[in-house]
Design a protein around this ligand. Structure first.
Ligand SMILES: [Mg+2]
Length: 240
């Protein structure tokens, strides 16, 4: 069902372009186009070779984890495996916070299956790609640009926009609300949006009611609002 609805995006993009309008497709990055599992695993690996090295059995446990074990946060991944040392968790949280939002670590991310192919197909059918991400300027732009290029996403082609958060401390939700004005300023037609956070997907649905809005069922923040029933649930970008 959702894969079929994903397949409807490309004809809509082509139809919009043929009508002389600019089709716009909005993509979030983290946990939408990219899986952050490998980034989280890399941080855990660094942790067990560093401050976590003395914790008995932790290195073996981390070595047994894979991308699918990485949920919303790395602490929970360890708690599910029985690690309940509060001091260790606090140290890991601090370690993770200092690394997750960095150019170097985003290079570990891998695209969701079919994501780059789908983005290229949107572009080939005439879409302007609008990458709208809570990754911030001043620490993540270099890695993000390199990652998009490395994995074959359309970029630096005059019809792809990378819109990052202007500062680390700005709340993601407020940033995305403010970005709506920048998207509208293109004076195109938003055909589809892709998000993993239900609150952001709901916001796009309210803002661009004529578009298709997809909710990636990857991970989302624990305090997420309920997703609107009109959002199309999607596991990844295959079968488009
Ligand atoms: Mg996201």
């Amino acid at each position: 069902m959702s894969a079929a609805e994903l397949g409807e995006v490309l004809p809509l993009v082509a139809k919009t372009a043929a009508a002389g309008r600019l089709p716009v497709v909005v993509f979030d990055l983290d946990s939408t186009l990219f899986c952050t599992g490998a980034r989280n695993l890399a941080i855990l690996g660094d942790f067990v070779r560093g401050p976590g090295a003395e914790h008995p059995g932790l290195a073996e446990l981390v070595a047994s984890l894979n991308n699918a074990d990485m949920g919303w946060n790395v602490n929970d991944a360890l708690r599910r495996r029985g690690v309940d040392d509060a001091a260790l968790h606090a140290e890991l949280k601090h370690f993770w916070n200092a690394r997750f939002f960095t150019d170097a670590m985003v290079l570990h991310d891998e695209p969701l299956p079919g994501a780059a192919e789908f983005a290229r197909a949107c572009r080939a059918h005439g879409a302007m790609l609008y990458y709208l991400t809570g990754r911030h300027v001043g620490g993540m732009e270099q890695g993000t640009a390199a990652s998009l290029l490395r994995h074959g996403f359309p970029f630096l082609d005059g019809k792809s926009i990378l819109h990052l958060k202007p500062s680390f401390t700005l709340a993601d939700r407020l940033f995305k609300e403010e970005a709506l004005a920048a998207i509208r300023a293109l004076r195109g037609e938003v055909v589809a949006t892709f998000e993993n956070e239900p609150g952001n997907a709901n916001l796009f649905l309210r803002s661009f009611p004529a578009a298709r809005h997809f909710l990636l069922e990857t991970v989302h923040s624990p305090e997420a609002e309920a997703p609107d029933a009109r959002l199309v649930r999607l596991g990844d970008f295959r079968h488009s």
